[in-house]
Write a protein that binds this ligand. Structure first.
Ligand code: RB5
Length: 146
């Protein structure tokens, strides 16, 4: 599993902290930008989302001020299931039930300690499958039909 990570200017410092954690864990990681310059978040959401859908099994992490812009933009890409992660329970269950392949976080809404804890949960929690498989497939059908 490779991790594709990106941020806008608001998320840059937090992204560096997350990258350090990913490297500590020995995970292959690719930084899709930005490097701190003023950046429109949809550009980065598109870059990370495109890589995640082209490499099934990989995951993405997107960080902006609130995480909301990144999640709205990333979810426009077919095959992306991006979840705004702001607490441990939701982060765990978006993996278990939604098979989220991208987590979005707000650098201005979460402190560093919580953000890194959520990254660990997102990486370590498997998809439960079973009855949730059908529901995830229904999301894919929505993408095809709308
Ligand atoms: C940038 O100022 C801010 O709008 C962006 O980081 C994000 O919070 C948007 O959702």
């Amino acid at each position: 599993m490779k991790i594709w990570i990106g941020c806008d200017h608001a998320g840059y410092t937090r992204k560096q902290e997350v990258i350090a954690l990913l490297q500590e864990r020995g995970l292959e990681t690719e930084d899709c930008g930005c490097q701190g310059e003023c950046t429109d978040y949809p550009v980065i959401a598109k870059a990370v989302g495109a890589q995640v859908v082209s490499h099934p099994g990989d995951r993405g992490i997107l960080i902006c001020g609130t995480g909301i812009g990144m999640s709205i933009a990333a979810n426009k890409i077919r095959g992306v299931r991006a979840a705004l992660c702001a607490d441990a329970f939701s982060t765990k269950y978006t993996r278990l039930h939604n098979d989220a392949n991208i987590m979005c976080m707000g650098a201005r809404t979460l402190d560093s300690g919580l953000a890194l804890e959520l990254v660990e949960i997102f990486l370590d929690t498997p998809f439960e499958g079973g009855r949730h498989e059908k529901r995830v497939q229904m999301i894919a059908q929505l993408e095809q039909k709308n």
